[in-house]
Design a protein around this ligand. Structure first.
Ligand SMILES: *Cc1c(COP(=O)(O)O)cnc(C)c1O
Length: 376
């Protein structure tokens, strides 16, 4: 194998280097395996939503694993992709863009956009390549997702049909898209959108070139790992059922589920209080931001500085982050061993998504260190 990583696993790194700042451990092999599982399992084109983790080594390894298209939301994300994958297709699916952003997209050769109102279509018309793919973004009331994206983006079925006709009238290639939310455990999050999208296309009298079913695929945070194969099968069968002979090509744009398992994160216990509360070196202003919004993961190993595992009885502990802000505390206590001590590490698995991309350097802290390992 080229570039064999010098560090075999996170335990070895913790023991050798005793890092005092939070660390993300990255397994390129795991990331490539996930990308291949998506490519083989999903019945269509697999793209990657860059916002989940825009790290250069993430984008490069996805390109190496055969990902040829990326969902980008800003000029900076376009440049990040172009830097490692100059020939990749860019799907600019943030439906709100300034004229200056549209100009950058045109210059970078973007030929796939989404819109959710006529005004955004006007902003593209005459400013992007003729015949570009324009996907109308559909919004429905939320089902089974951790947050509701439909409140901010998307258009209801009736106006979506009008917009789809306008896309065709202007000579663009008509497609549709939706994004069911994030960390969606219920396959119906996709099923009801697919049914509604088929209805919109029928009532507009437009045959869709592609249907982009968004991201939202759940990662393994607690309990058993989600069954992505079941969701892929559900998507495939719902599309066949609702579109029949007019079945469009499918596209998906996972962020979280593509990258989560490829990283584990180590944080260190800086202080243990008599109450049992702990202070750790990362918190809600760093890589643990999402815990506030979608709950804590439960795949946590507690490791003493000599590398041994703490196996004491779990007890609920309040967890404070390192900054001087009282908000910097996890919203619920975490069950952690009763023999935990100052200087221990919490190695949290499945932390590749929305950790470094959301980390700030407030108060001089933040998640900056990424160490490549052979396995997690
Ligand atoms: C955020 C986002 C994604 C990725 O969502 P995940 O939940 O990380 O899979 C995909 N598509 C769009 C349009 C998004 O905004």
């Amino acid at each position: 194998m080229e570039n064999t990583p010098p560090i075999p696993d996170p335990h070895t790194h913790l023991l050798r280097h005793a890092p005092d700042a939070p660390v993300l451990y990255f397994s390129p092999e795991r990331l490539q395996a996930t990308a291949r599982a998506f490519r083989h399992g999903f019945p269509g084109l697999v793209t990657y939503a860059v916002k989940a983790n825009p790290g250069e080594e993430v984008l490069a390894n996805l390109a190496r694993a055969g990902i040829t298209a990326f969902d980008v939301a800003s000029p900076a994300e376009m440049r990040a992709v172009r830097a490692v994958a100059p020939d990749a297709a860019l799907h600019y699916n943030n439906p709100v863009r300034s004229p200056a952003e549209v100009a950058v997209a045109a210059e970078m050769g973007v030929r796939s956009f989404s819109v959710d109102c006529l005004h955004e279509l006007d902003k593209l018309t005459g400013h992007v390549v003729d015949g570009s793919e324009i996907s109308v973004r559909l919004a429905l009331p939320v089902v089974g997702a951790a947050y509701d994206f439909g409140e901010k983006f998307g258009v209801g079925p009736d106006r979506a049909a009008e917009l789809l006709r306008a896309v065709v009238a202007r000579g663009f290639t008509p497609s549709m898209t939706f994004h069911p939310g994030t960390q969606c455990a219920d396959p119906n999050a996709w099923g009801s959108y697919i049914a509604a999208a088929a209805g919109v296309a029928r009532s507009a009298g437009v045959r869709l070139h592609r249907l982009n079913v968004g991201g939202g695929f759940a990662s393994h945070r607690t309990g058993a790992a989600p069954d992505l194969g079941a969701i892929f099968a559900h998507i495939g069968s719902r599309v066949a059922q609702h579109f029949g002979a007019d079945t469009p090509e499918l596209v998906c744009e996972p962020g979280r589920a593509m990258v989560a398992e490829a990283f584990s994160m180590a944080v260190r216990v800086k202080a243990l209080r008599d109450s049992g509360a702990i202070f750790v070196n990362d918190g809600v202003y760093g890589g643990l931001t999402e815990i506030r919004d979608i709950g804590a993961p439960d795949r946590i190993d507690v490791i003493a500085p000599d590398g041994t595992a703490r196996r004491g009885t779990p007890r609920p502990r309040v967890v404070f982050g390192p900054t001087c802000d009282s908000i910097d505390r996890l919203p619920a206590s975490l069950p952690l061993p009763d023999d935990l001590a100052e200087g221990d590490y919490l190695l949290i698995h499945g932390m590749g998504a929305y950790t470094r991309s959301l980390s700030t350097d407030f108060n001089g802290y933040g998640l900056r260190d990424v160490v490549t390992v052979a396995r997690l």
